[in-house]
Design a protein around this ligand. Structure first.
Ligand code: HEM
Length: 500
């Protein structure tokens, strides 16, 4: 109250009452991410766009309005760009992970390295590597149409490893993918209060490890994480020294080491951070794309029509066509909006000093969640938001329309990629990799619901696995080549790439 008075009578934001001492911890203690999203959404509806809760005395604020999220995270970004990651996440990542660490000097150095890495990948050499990866993907898909999930997973990894680390991954069963995937699923649990109670009950972190099994698990994961990053670093260093390393951002970094201020440890975490942050969401978005093309066949027709008009039948679309493919970009952007499963509850930001906004007092250390599930469905910005409707990015009647269509729609400054200083540093890379592959898919294949025994469409609804950053659950999808001539084109290009 006294702090509040100091802030000239500002009020405490509304929110559910909670219990003495524990606050709202009990409502959240047993929830997984899916139910947290639902609970946050309900609270936002009941208490308004700024809802404050209290977890064992620590304040958290749920924001469900994009304008407010922008005012705080972007305009007041100097104060609202901490992370406030749960204890288990900070411990396992040794407070060195670019995505989870506080907004400190080390984080700035890492962001600079990432900015430069992603901008180097926009030069033709790297766009062309990405394009080749998309062609391999199409080729692999045509060889094994029902393996779309794994084929896309390989793409999500290989597109990053080729440009960032200097090696392409040719099979989805490659140990690099399997190890990263297994490890990521384990580490995602570090967000859950039910798996790591020290996330909710801070006193637990001071207990001896032998007494608290979750602390022992944290230590095991920390050691494993460090070993994974450093062994990759040693491998790349050796190949750069013996001259066998392919061109990559990591190689470029090692050769121009003096240009970057990051410490050795920070650099290792930065490259791992790009793989951790950059594979899951694009993979999810590609799966969602297939689903949407089955659910909204009219948009699949529009996609195919645009690609055919721009490139014809005799060649595949490539990265140089992107500016002429606004419908492809709109389908990608709308897919991300419609199902931004990377974080439907948003990725939290942490306030670094006391602040007053709209008459409300926020205390230093408050963790803010801009819930995408509410923001990306906001009725004013997205009038028919519950529909997948790429037209909102293509037609002037919609509030989200922007010209020229050779540039827009694109994903820059799009809320689905976060806000301000903390916004996704991989946005351009992610958009490019999705647009290139979606354009090629539109050109090459038809996507339909599979048929059941009676010859009817076996429609499904899109469900997600209940872990943080959930994946779409397995679903059926029938993919077939549009015509044999196109298959021939893909085969010829893929064979040429294989022999180069
Ligand atoms: C469809 C694809 C993607 C989506 C939807 C997405 C979304 C996001 C979001 C919402 C955040 C949190 C932003 C905030 O705190 O305000 C984020 C952070 C981050 N993303 Fe992405 N992302 C995608 C792809 C990528 C890719 C390809 C990379 C790597 C090249 C990447 C690397 C990161 C990193 C390192 C962070 C943490 C940044 C920080 O905390 O400073 N992401 N992303």
């Amino acid at each position: 109250v006294s702090k509040c008075r100091r802030m000239r009578g500002a009020k405490i934001p509304p929110g559910p009452k909670g219990w003495p001492l524990v606050g709202n911890a009990l409502e959240l203690a047993s929830s997984n991410s899916t139910s947290i999203i639902r609970i946050f959404h309900q609270w936002a509806q009941e208490y308004g766009p700024i809802t404050q809760i209290n977890i064992m005395g620590a304040k958290q604020v749920i924001l469900s309005d994009e304008k407010i999220a922008n005012e705080l995270f972007v305009k007041r970004g100097n104060r609202y760009s901490g992370r406030g990651a749960p204890h288990a996440v900070e411990y396992i990542s040794m407070n060195q992970s670019v995505g989870f660490r506080p907004k400190d000097e080390g984080w700035r150095r890492q962001r600079n390295l990432m900015r430069s890495a992603v901008s180097i990948t926009s030069i033709n050499k790297y766009q062309s590597l990405m394009d080749d990866e998309a062609t391999f993907t199409l080729h692999a898909l045509l060889q094994s149409l029902s393996s779309f999930d794994n084929v896309f997973l390989r793409y999500a990894y290989s597109v990053l490893t080729t440009s960032m680390l200097g090696f392409s991954i040719r099979s989805e069963s490659d140990p690099y993918i399997r190890e990263n995937e297994d490890f990521t699923s384990e580490i995602m649990k570090a967000f859950r209060p039910d798996c790591f109670p020290s996330n909710l009950f801070p006193f637990l972190k001071y207990m001896p490890h032998w007494l608290v099994p979750s602390l022992r698990t944290m230590e095991r994961l920390r050691v494993q994480y460090a070993e994974q990053m450093w062994s990759m670093r040693r491998k790349i260093e050796t190949s750069v020294k013996d001259g066998s390393a392919m061109d990559s951002i990591y190689k470029h970094f090692l050769l121009t080491r003096g240009d970057y201020a990051v410490t050795e440890e920070e650099s290792v975490h930065t490259f791992q951070g790009m793989i951790d942050g950059g594979t899951r969401s694009p993979h999810n978005n590609l799966l969602v794309f297939l689903f949407l093309m089955m659910e909204y066949p009219e948009w699949q027709r529009k996609l195919q029509k645009e690609v055919d008009q721009v490139v014809g039948k005799d060649r595949m679309p490539n990265y140089e066509d992107i500016s002429n493919l606004p419908t492809v970009r709109a389908i990608v952007k709308e897919g991300v909006r419609y199902r931004s499963i990377v974080a439907e509850m948003g990725v939290s930001h942490c306030l670094e000093t006391d602040d007053v906004y709209n008459g409300y007092f926020f205390e230093k250390g408050t963790v803010f969640h801009a819930t995408f599930a509410s923001i990306l469905m906001d009725k004013e910005t997205y009038p028919d938001g519950e529909l997948f409707n790429p037209a909102r990015w293509l037609e002037p009647t919609y509030p989200t329309y922007k010209e020229p269509l050779s540039v827009y729609p694109n994903c820059r400054n799009f809320a689905a990629f976060g806000y301000g200083r903390r916004a996704c540093p991989g946005v351009d890379f992610a958009e490019r990799s999705l647009v290139i592959l979606v354009a090629k898919l539109g050109w090459a294949v038809n996507i339909r619901w599979p048929l059941n025994q009676n010859g009817n469409e076996a429609r499904e609804t899109l469900e997600y696995e209940p872990v943080p950053a959930p994946r779409p659950m397995k679903f059926g999808c029938s993919i077939e080549a549009r015509d044999p001539a196109r298959v021939g084109v893909i085969q010829r290009v893929a064979e040429r790439l294989n022999t180069e």
